[in-house]
Design a protein around this ligand. Sequence first.
Ligand SMILES: [Zn+2]
Length: 240
Amino acid sequence: MENLQSSTHSVAYGQRHINYSLFYSARCTLEIAVHPDGVVIVKAPIDVEISLIEKKIKKRARWVIRQLNYFRQFTPRTPERSYINGETHLYLGKQYRLKSVQGNKNSVKLTRGFFLVSCREQPAPEITKKLLQKWYAQKAVLQFNDSFNRCWPKFKSHEIVKPALSIRKMQKRWGSLSKKGVVTLNTDLVKAPKECIDYVVTHELCHLIHHNHSPEFYKLLESAIPQWEEIKHKLELSLI
Ligand SMILES: [Zn+2]
């Protein structure tokens, strides 16, 4: 049986600090793992002194930092946009070229590969930006609710309460699950393909049953989406 009580620590290595979660368990060796979300997990035998643990982490610090850097390249980072005509913008994994025109009302439409933004005033990047952001926010509500309804049936049998959905801009993640059971999704996720949205929603729903990234968690995720790794990779590459 593993002791799932963990504590958070930090060890200095050169200019950097490596933050890690420490778990004690009935095991003989020390294990250091770096998870894709940038969390360092250390599993140590019960009764091992913290100084010895830190010594071992320092010994492997170069590898830990290399792993952290590797995973960081995949965290959401939509490139800065200037909102000028000809620039590409994404929706559900497809690219559309921006075309801002003056019209008799403010509107955003997708037509034949274009994001057609009509502005009542003379089109300007700030206005286009505002109109597009509003459009994305509206589509996010629509698409994420659809995704939620697609993914939820697989979890019904677990006797869990259907969580509430919240949508907002997030700096570093695609989604999260709060302790109160609210699934929060990053508005920018609406720029990714539908299967990627479903993957993020399913990932968070799995956390209703397993609150960590344990092997049981991944088993459940795999039973819901057998090809989840492929989709995750697609997501990591789609908004670069
Ligand atoms: Zn997770």
